[in-house]
Design a binder for this molecule. Structure first.
Ligand SMILES: *[C@@H]1O[C@H](CO)[C@@H](O)[C@H](O)[C@H]1NC(C)=O
Ligand SMILES: *[C@@H]1O[C@H](CO)[C@@H](O)[C@H](O)[C@H]1NC(C)=O
Ligand SMILES: *[C@@H]1O[C@H](CO)[C@@H](O)[C@H](O)[C@H]1NC(C)=O
Ligand SMILES: [Zn+2]
Length: 521
C-alpha cells in the first residue's frame, strides 16, 4: 500500500469516528441537562465582534510601536511561577471564568519564549534554571549559583570563586539598590536560593543534608547559612516565605511546635537578628500573618518572615480552610516586600516566587496548580499597581514546564477540571486535564477494572489526582519552552525566543546594573 492510500484510510476512520462522537455527544447533552447547552457568548457569533477585537489589538500594537521604553529601570521585580507551563496559564483562564479570560500578566505588552534546558539535561529543574535566569549562566541539574564546571554533590566546587555565578541581586546591591525575595516555599528552596547561594546540591538546605553526603559543612556551607552569613544573603532587606526547620536544631522547636533539622546547634534566626542589631539597623523577624500585620513596614530596614516550618499552604487550601488563613497569601507578602524596598531612592530588585504551582503539578493536583497560578497573577497585579511602568520593570516567567495537557473537545462552558464526553474506544469519559506521568495513574487505572470509570463527583474533589499515562510517585517536569511576560522599561527586550540565561542579562541591562549594564548596539 502506498502512503497516500494509508492516509486516506486513516482520514476515513477519523471522519467516521467524529460522526459517531457527535451522535453520542448529543445524547449525553440531553441526558445531562435535558436540553442542548444554552448559547453563551452570543456576541462571538457575530463577525463584527471579532473585527472589533482585532482593531482594538491593532490600535494597541500601533500605539505600542510608538511608545519608548528606554528609561532606566530603577526597580526590577521578577515573578517566577515555578513550573508554570504555557498550558498552566491557558487552563487558568478557564478557572477565572472562560477561555477568553486573560490571566493578569497576559495583558503585558511583550511576551517571549525562553529555552529552559540545563547543561547536562534536556528537562531542567528549579536549581539549574535559577542560576540561568538570575545569573545568566547555565549549570548542571541540581546545582545552584555555580557553573557547569562543578558536578552535583561536589564538596569543594561551589566554594571556589571561579565557579561561582554572580546574580542580579548582587548586581543590584553593588549599585546601591536593595534586594529581597518572597516565596511560598522554604526560603532555602531551589528557586529563592538562586538569589543568594552557591551550592553543589539543592537539597543542602541545612548542615545535616551536607554531612549526609560526606561533605564538610565548613567547606560547603548549607543554604540557610548562606542566607544568614553570605555576602548577598545577609544584605537582603526582605526575606519572606517558609522553612523555619532549616534554621534551627533538631532539639529546638519552632513557634508552632515543629522541630528543626539542623545538627550544628545553631539558631540562625537568632543569629540573623543579632547580626542586624550589632549593625544598629532596624530589623524584624515575624512568623505569622498577624505578626506581619503588626510590623511598621515604613520603619523596618530588614524584614525576615518565616511563616511555616516547611512550605506555605496551597492558596486554594488557605481559602477553603480557615485555620490556614493564619498564613499570609503571596499577594500580601509581595505588598509587604515592596513597601519595605520602595524606600531606597536608588531602587530595588525583588524576586517573587509562586512556588507551589510546581508542587501541585508534581502531585497531579491540577486544581491546586491552577488556583496557585491565579493567586500568583494577583501578586503580579498588586506589584504593577504599587509601582510605575515608567521606572519599574516587571518580568513574569516560569523556570520549566510540566507534563499537564488540555485534551478532548470540551464544550466552551464546561469546567476544565471535569470530564469530556468525546467518543473513546472503551466508551469511558476522560479528564480534560491529564499528565504524561505521575501519581494520578492510581486514579485512572485499577488492576481489576483497567481504566477507571471517572465521574465528576470524583474530579470535583480537591484531592483528586489527575490521570497519568506512566505511574511515577512524583510527576516530572516538562521540557517545553516557557513564556516570559514583561511590562515597564525595556520590556521590548523580552519578545522573541531566547535562552533562559538572557533574562538575567536583559534585566541587568534594563536597570543598568551588573556586567551587561553598558552593552551598546
Ligand atoms: C543539635 O542536634 C544534634 C543532633 O540532633 C545534637 O547532637 C546536639 O546536641 C544539638 N545541639 C544543641 C546545641 O542542642
Ligand atoms: C544607633 O542608631 C541610633 C538611632 O538611629 C543612634 O541614635 C545611635 O547613635 C546609633 N548607635 C551606634 C552605636 O551607631
Ligand atoms: C486545615 O489546616 C490544618 C492546619 O494546616 C490541617 O491540619 C487540616 O488538615 C486542614 N484541613 C483541610 C480540610 O484542608
Ligand atoms: Zn518541580
Amino acid at each position: 500500500m502506498d502512503r497516500a492510500l494509508i492516509l486516506l484510510l486513516l482520514c476515513g476512520v477519523a471522519v467516521w469516528l467524529s460522526g459517531s462522537a457527535s451522535a453520542q455527544r448529543d445524547h449525553q447533552r440531553k441526558s445531562g441537562s435535558g436540553e442542548p447547552h444554552p448559547i453563551k457568548h452570543e456576541e462571538e457569533q457575530k463577525t463584527q465582534y471579532w473585527v472589533a477585537r482585532a482593531q482594538e489589538t491593532l490600535h494597541a500594537k500601533l500605539a505600542e510601536t510608538q511608545a519608548v521604553h528606554t528609561n532606566v529601570a530603577k526597580n526590577v521585580i521578577m515573578f517566577l511561577g515555578d513550573g508554570m507551563s504555557v498550558h498552566t496559564v491557558t487552563a487558568t483562564r478557564n478557572l477565572l471564568g472562560d477561555s477568553a479570560e486573560q490571566v493578569y500578566f497576559e495583558q503585558f505588552p511583550y511576551t517571549g519564549l525562553s529555552k529552559t534546558y540545563c547543561v547536562n539535561r534536556q528537562v531542567a529543574d528549579s536549581a539549574c534554571t535559577a542560576t540561568a535566569y538570575l545569573g545568566g549562566v547555565k549549570g548542571n541539574y541540581g546545582t545552584i549559583g555555580i557553573n557547569a564546571n562543578v558536578p552535583r554533590y561536589s564538596c569543594d566546587g561551589a566554594g571556589k570563586v571561579e565557579n561561582q555565578v554572580e546574580g542580579i541581586a548582587q548586581w543590584a546591591q553593588e549599585a546601591g539598590k536593595d534586594a529581597g525575595l518572597v516565596t511560598t516555599a522554604r526560603v532555602t528552596h531551589a528557586s529563592p536560593a538562586g538569589v543568594y547561594a552557591h551550592i553543589a546540591d539543592r537539597n543542602w538546605e541545612n548542615d545535616w543534608e551536607v554531612t549526609k553526603r560526606s561533605c564538610d559543612p565548613e567547606q560547603a556551607p548549607d543554604i540557610a547559612r548562606q542566607l544568614v552569613e553570605g555576602r548577598v544573603g545577609k544584605a537582603l532587606k526582605v526575606v519572606l516565605g517558609g522553612g523555619r526547620k532549616q534554621f534551627i536544631n533538631t532539639t529546638v522547636n519552632d513557634e508552632e511546635g515543629y522541630p528543626g533539622y539542623r545538627t550544628d546547634g545553631r539558631h540562625l534566626i537568632k543569629e540573623w537578628l543579632a547580626d542586624k542589631r550589632a549593625s544598629n539597623v532596624s530589623a524584624n523577624y515575624v512568623w505569622s500573618r498577624k505578626g506581619l500585620s503588626l510590623v511598621d513596614l515604613d520603619k523596618t530596614e530588614y524584614l525576615l518572615g518565616l511563616f511555616a516550618n516547611c512550605h506555605l499552604p496551597y492558596n486554594g487550601d488557605r481559602a477553603r480552610n480557615r485555620s490556614q488563613l493564619a498564613d499570609p497569601s503571596l499577594s500580601e507578602l509581595t505588598e509587604a516586600a515592596i513597601r519595605v524596598l520602595q524606600r531606597n531612592e536608588k531602587g530595588f530588585f525583588l524576586f517573587v516566587e509562586g512556588a507551589r504551582i510546581d508542587m501541585a503539578h508534581h502531585d497531579t493536583y491540577a486544581r491546586r496548580a491552577l488556583e496557585d497560578t491565579a493567586e500568583f497573577a494577583q501578586a503580579v497585579q498588586k506589584a504593577r499597581e504599587m509601582t510605575s511602568e515608567e521606572d519599574t520593570l516587571i518580568v513574569v516567567t516560569a523556570d520549566h514546564a510540566h507534563t499537564m495537557s488540555i485534551n478532548g473537545y470540551p464544550y466552551r462552558d464546561q469546567e476544565i477540571f471535569g470530564l469530556t464526553d468525546d467518543d473513546t474506544d472503551d466508551e469511558l469519559p476522560y479528564t480534560i486535564l491529564s499528565y504524561a506521568n505521575g501519581p494520578g495513574y492510581k486514579s485512572a487505572y485499577s488492576q481489576a477494572q483497567g481504566r477507571v470509570h471517572l465521574t465528576e463527583k470524583l474530579t470535583d474533589k480537591t484531592d483528586f489526582q489527575y490521570p497519568t499515562l506512566v505511574p511515577l510517585d512524583v510527576e516530572s517536569h516538562g521540557g517545553d519552552d516557557v513564556a516570559v511576560y514583561a511590562s515597564g522599561p525595556f520590556a521590548q527586550f523580552f519578545s522573541g525566543n531566547y535562552e533562559q540565561t538572557n533574562i538575567a542579562a536583559m534585566m541587568g541591562r534594563a536597570a543598568g546594573i551588573g556586567p551587561y549594564a553598558n552593552v551598546q548596539p
